[in-house]
Design a protein around this ligand. Structure first.
Ligand code: PMP
Length: 360
């Protein structure tokens, strides 16, 4: 049976990438050992690392004045790294809260400095969840930075516009990076845990505008220090080498697929297919304002919550994995990252139709 994995993260990876990694697992490129058994300072690994960076630069068209850092610590590591690197004494940072993850970013940042958070979540009278448009955010003049999470993995809320501001925009793109083209020059820092659109967990990407690197003597744990990472080509300490190698394979796969423009077309098609079906049905619902619906994470509800467990069990029996919604939201969630083929979404919709026919 073909299976399709809708896990929000660690998420499915492209099958071609998994097959290549499997082939190369024990004896990588005839080196006589696995890539994970080799020094990060060896020439072959340094080549892999540099190629991964270059491929990512090509895919996102990253300007030369940005450092690409391959770090540890995940998205939550960056929740600490951002204020530690960017917020100087006497400064204030704005935090925009659009869902669960940006809320967690605030909870971490307040430990380190002066944070002003603004909750932009709203509910319309009809119960539709929406957010305040970026240009209506109340921003602090002269803020050290504005932190936001353009795709909220738990809430299924995504916005693509950014506010006009002179402060650097710091974006947690953990669950949307590489899903569509972005203008990197609009951001001060972009960060993302790898385990959704990049590769396995354990690797964290930070794309940092050079002028935002911290001072040499800043009191920052070394493994979270952007300057140290940049000056040491992300090898101040041992990086997660296997995850970096695998991310490199994913970047090559993405290039072969036609890059992020083509990927965006596919992602939009996949998301539309699912949302259109949900909207047409009286049995399923999604309560996010259409203009802010996530392409990557689609939460949906069954009219009768008592059927939730049966839905999840039967879906799994049909090879549709990990559809149970986040514990904070309930219902279901289908995460349809880059690696999810359209066939996966088609199979899900067919299953949903059949489930509705029998139980509706
Ligand atoms: N930010 C977002 C948007 C996320 O989706 C997640 C994880 N799902 C995190 C941060 C936290 O990432 P990690 O578990 O890698 O710390």
């Amino acid at each position: 049976m073909t299976t399709f994995n809708f896990c929000a993260g660690p998420a499915m990876l492209p099958v071609e990438v998994m097959q290549q990694a499997q082939q190369e697992f024990i004896n990588w490129q005839q080196h006589g050992c696995s890539v994970m058994e080799m020094s990060h300072r060896s020439k072959p690994f340094i080549r892999v690392a540099a190629e991964a960076e270059q491929d990512l630069r090509d895919l996102l068209d990253i300007p030369a004045n940005y450092k690409v850092l391959f770090m540890h610590g995940g998205g939550r590591g960056q929740f600490s790294a951002v204020p530690l690197n960017l917020l100087k004494p006497g400064q204030r940072a704005d935090y925009i809260v659009s869902g669960a993850w940006s809320e967690s970013a605030v909870a971490e940042a307040v430990k380190y400095g002066n944070i002003k958070s603004q909750d932009i979540r709203q509910k319309s009278p009809g119960g539709i969840r929406t957010v305040v448009a970026p240009n209506d955010w109340q921003l602090t003049a002269g803020a050290a930075y504005v932190h936001c999470c353009p795709n909220e993995t738990v809430d299924g809320v995504e916005f693509t516009a950014l506010p006009d501001t002179n402060s650097p925009i710091v974006a947690d793109l953990s669950s949307t990076i590489l899903s569509r083209p972005i203008d990197v020059s609009r951001y001060g820092v972009i960060y993302a845990g790898a385990q959704k659109n990049i590769g396995p967990s354990g690797l964290t990407l930070a794309i940092v505008r050079e002028d935002l690197l911290p001072a040499k003597d800043a009191l920052i744990p070394s493994v979270l220090d952007y300057r140290l990472a940049a000056e040491n080509d992300s090898m101040f300490n041992t990086p997660p080498t296997f995850a970096w190698y695998l991310a490199g394979l994913v970047f090559k796969w993405l290039k072969q697929q036609g890059g992020v423009t083509e990927t965006a077309t596919r992602n939009q098609k996949k998301a539309n297919l699912l949302y259109d079906y949900i909207d047409k049905s009286d049995f399923y619902s999604n309560d996010v304002d259409k203009q802010y619906r996530s392409w990557m994470n689609v939460p949906f509800f069954l009219g009768d919550e008592r059927l939730n467990d049966m839905f999840v069990d039967q879906a799994e029996a049909h090879g549709l994995l990990a559809l149970k919604g986040h514990r904070m939201v309930g219902g279901m969630r289908a995460s349809i990252y880059n690696a999810m083929p359209i066939e996966g979404v088609q199979t899900l919709v067919s299953f949903m139709q059949e489930f509705e026919r029998v139980n509706g």
